[in-house]
Design a protein. Sequence first.
Length: 355
Amino acid sequence: MLLGPLIDRVAIRRLLVGTQTLQLLGVLTIVALYQHGLLTVWLLIGVMGTLELCNQIVYPAQSAVLPRIVDDSQLARANAWFSMSYQGVDAIFNAVSGGLIALVGGTIRVFILDAVTFVIAIVAFWGLSIQPQGDNSSENDDEQYIEALTAGVTYLRGSLIPWLLGPAVIANFAFGVVIVTLPAFGAANGGAWVYGLLGGSMGAGRFVGTIIGPRLETVPYGVVRIVGSLLGCGALVVALLRSSVWLIIIAFGLSTIPSGAVGVLGATLFQTGVANDRLGRIIAIRNATSTLLLPLGAAIGGVLATQFSPAIGLVAMAGANLITAMVFGLHPRLRRLPAVNTVDEMTLGLADKTS
């Protein structure tokens, strides 16, 4: 969230090339430390933490630049391709990671392969020539940064954005619970292979959702959120009945389809409804806020699974879906949110704050 103003003020090419270069140097540092026998767990955690911090700049920057290079009518489709590429690549490499390590001859060689991907990214981002929306002058940088950060928060005050973020915070809390309880839930319902298939069905469901998302861009967003959340809740209730292992796996996968579609539509809604010169800040705030309670959910989930049942993760997800449906159903402005391709600043209550 604190990095948001940088995204709006710095030239996108310089920002993206810089972060990829830092990540390349970080990966090469790990390789060098390993080769000299100096790599420790704490050094690895420190370097990987720095690399993850770079990603907190990259993802909002890419989302913020999309409306500048894609026509508004194609935003939903472009966001779908973004989501599919991220989720598809994640799913593929998570599935083949063990075999990849064996193929290249050890974990450290995977880091070398990782360095090659950063070089490719640097070359790709180098071709961008999009200029920043805001003022990127170097005078009074500290004051400008503070003003930009404050302006981003003020911009949201009294708008619908906090109401949109609330369900996302709850959903990510529930997802944190699921992360730590799913292995035990799989073991309790057939063994490790069930856990593997549950993870696969979750990824597949979200992937299908990203494909469906663009086809819903003309449907009122409020309706999509209410209906999608109720369908997700219903599918999780079916999974919790545990009448058969395969029904559990299928129902769990189906429950994640709405979240995949909402990911695409939600990104489009922000890109069409938020001023371009503040989009980077708002997306950074959205990303930071929505994942705020995920670690807490993971911590609490482990305790609850031990004290009660490993099914608590699915219960939490069902509850989060139900709460989302209630929030959108009971809040009149959320309930009446139009299709994402017609949303503007006035729709989100931001129109009087752009001066």
